[in-house]
Design a binder for this molecule. Sequence first.
Ligand SMILES: [Zn+2]
Length: 60
Amino acid sequence: MKSDIRVCADWEREHDRPVYTLASTCPDCGGEAVNSAPAPFSPEDSYGEYRRSLKRRRRE
Ligand SMILES: [Zn+2]
């Protein structure tokens, strides 16, 4: 699935928090907005492992 959500490229300098937008420019500062998910990450895998380790820890 391709995400069209972009984030202000300069949000760390311009804003307190990431500014997300569907446009190619930041609605707040007018700067460039870049794809918010450049790195692939699999929430299911890492999250599942995280939950499993939590559960394991709780049981001990
Ligand atoms: Zn901005």
